[in-house]
Design a protein around this ligand. Structure first.
Ligand code: CS2
Length: 508
């Protein structure tokens, strides 16, 4: 399926031609901006944008979103051509439904005009900044949470150039806001990081320290000014934690064609997503917020238990399915779940490992939640590629799987199934599937991983020793744990000798 060339594009001019049920809930272009969102990817468009549009439609408020693409220009160009409109197609076995979303009040490309983004962050009408920039953009060491700035972030924080990175943009924006005394702000991470609010707060703190040190070294320290800014930020900026959830695969030509078939116009920014969605948000918004609860979000004091539930029982199981599925030559998550015995193994991982590793939110059964997750993963029309979920494993494994293992070990348990995921990742990063086909290693630590493997003996023990030595991923306490090593080695040996299908069949 492909889009039909020549069909008219989605935009303000074509709104009246849309089926009535597909039209935006708010009048596009009429809601003044109150939110800046960094990261214009598919997930944002099918999640926060949808919640915010519904909240504004039901309860009002100046909460239009200015969407900022940090790097790529493509989505900005497409959205500008469509008057910031895009559609979300909800896909289920029962059929699909396409709805145009009018939440975006504007779009910007950070790399073309970073100063404009800094100015936006210091604009008093902006009172909420949300982020979906993926784990790696935070540049925090996954094992320790310490800032490990690459050359670009370092240049952003230690020179006077315009910022190019997410930490650089945020910190320059916050400084400008403090200097202008532009009113309170909530900075909200919507990425799948553990304690994402605390991590973002810590990122800003560490980045400010680096910046203050280098400014001091260059200009002679002005301690009193730095102190005033730090006081302002403490008094005016909050970092609410959140749990975000909706399965939104990267859009494909088939996604765009489905949107066109439903709308009768071309939408080059279309996304498709599952029907399920959830958003749990800590309610600390000193400058106000949209009435997201009117759109089904849960506002709470502590999102921690929800976040652990989701990272461990959904994302950890997703990663398990992705690595095992990719190794077994399965293209999508739903195809992977059809590997005989895999659902049984994942259910045991949830019941025996994940459920025993933490206290879930009151009244929630981790086993029931896990069953619902497996049902969602089995949605055959979603076509979420195993390779997409498998990318950036070094940034994802710690919060999705390693925290489960560490907590189980602290309680004296043997993490039998969670260690299968570590072994599957170790087998995956070797770069070939069970049938010998090449597998991509798309990961910010790809070079480090390849170098570790190149220096390792080509045996399961050699591979495990080399990869456990990646201190950014595996904390020493885990890498040195004999029980964990023994379990990982057992799984890795089985995967190496017999492949995924036989290993899973033998374990179920
Ligand atoms: C997935 C997530 O790509 C991945 O790593 O596990 O994007 C997942 O689909 C979402 O977190 C679901 O809310």
């Amino acid at each position: 399926m492909a889009v039909t060339v020549g069909a008219s594009p989605l935009g303000l001019g074509s709104l009246r031609r849309l089926p009535a049920t597909a039209r935006p809930l708010v009048r596009p272009g009429t809601v003044p901006a109150g939110i800046v969102h960094l990261g214009l990817g598919a997930f944002h468009r099918a999640h926060q944008a949808v919640y915010t549009e519904q909240a504004v439609a039901r309860a009002g408020g100046d909460w239009g979103i200015i969407g900022v693409a940090p790097r790529s220009t493509e989505m900005v160009t497409r959205l500008v051509a469509q008057d910031c409109l895009f559609s979300v197609t909800t896909l289920s076995g029962a059929g699909s439904e396409t709805q145009v979303v009018g939440a975006l009040a504007g779009v910007r490309h950070a790399a073309s005009d970073p100063a404009a983004i800094v100015a936006l962050l210091a604009d008093p009408s902006i009172r909420v900044v949300t982020l979906t920039v993926t784990e790696k953009a935070y540049q925090l060491d996954p094992a320790s949470g310490r800032l490990r700035p690459d050359a670009e972030v370092t240049a952003d924080l230690t020179t006077d150039r315009d910022p190019r990175t997410v930490p650089g943009l945020l910190v320059r924006g916050l400084l400008a806001r403090a200097v202008a005394d532009a009113g309170p702000l909530a900075l909200v991470s919507c990425d799948n990081l553990p304690s994402n609010g605390t991590r973002l707060h810590s990122l800003v703190g560490q980045a400010l320290t680096l910046l203050a040190e280098s400014t001091g070294a260059r200009n002679g320290a002005d301690g009193a000014r730095a102190e005033r800014i730090a006081d302002w930020l403490r008094a005016n900026v909050t970092y609410p934690g959140t749990m975000v959830d909706r399965i939104v695969p990267a859009s494909t030509p088939a996604t765009l064609a489905a949107a066109q078939a439903a709308l009768g116009v071309t939408d080059l920014a279309a996304v498709a997503a599952e029907p399920y969605r959830q958003w749990v948000i800590e309610d600390r918004f000193p400058g106000g917020r949209p009435a997201w609860e009117r759109a089904g979000a849960v506002l709470t004091r502590d999102a921690g238990p929800w976040e652990r539930l989701k990272l461990r029982a959904l994302n950890g199981v997703h990663s398990a399915t992705a690595y095992l599925g990719a190794l077994a030559g399965r293209d999508t998550i739903a195809d992977a779940l059809a590997i005989p015995g895999l659902v049984g193994v994942l259910r045991r991982m949830i019941a025996e490992d994940v459920a025993r590793s933490f206290d879930p939110p009151d009244g929630v059964s981790v086993v029931d939640y896990g069953d619902q997750v497996l049902e969602r993963f089995g949605n055959p029309v979603i076509r979420h590629r195993t390779i997409q979920v498998a990318m950036d494993g070094s940034q994802k494994l710690p919060q999705r799987v390693l925290h489960t293992v560490v907590d189980l070990r602290a309680a004296g348990h043997r993490p039998r199934f969670a260690t299968l995921v570590i072994a599957a990742w170790m087998r995956f990063v070797q770069g070939y599937a069970d049938d010998g086909a090449a597998l991509p290693l798309d990961d910010p630590l790809a070079q480090r991983i390849r170098a570790a493997l190149a220096g390792a003996k080509d045996t399961p023990t050699g591979v495990a020793d080399a990869l456990f030595g990646l201190g950014e991923v595996f904390p020493a306490a885990l890498a040195d744990d004999e029980v964990v090593r023994e379990l990982v080695l057992e799984w890795l040996t089985a995967l190496d000798r017999h492949g995924v299908e036989a290993t899973v069949a033998g374990a179920a």
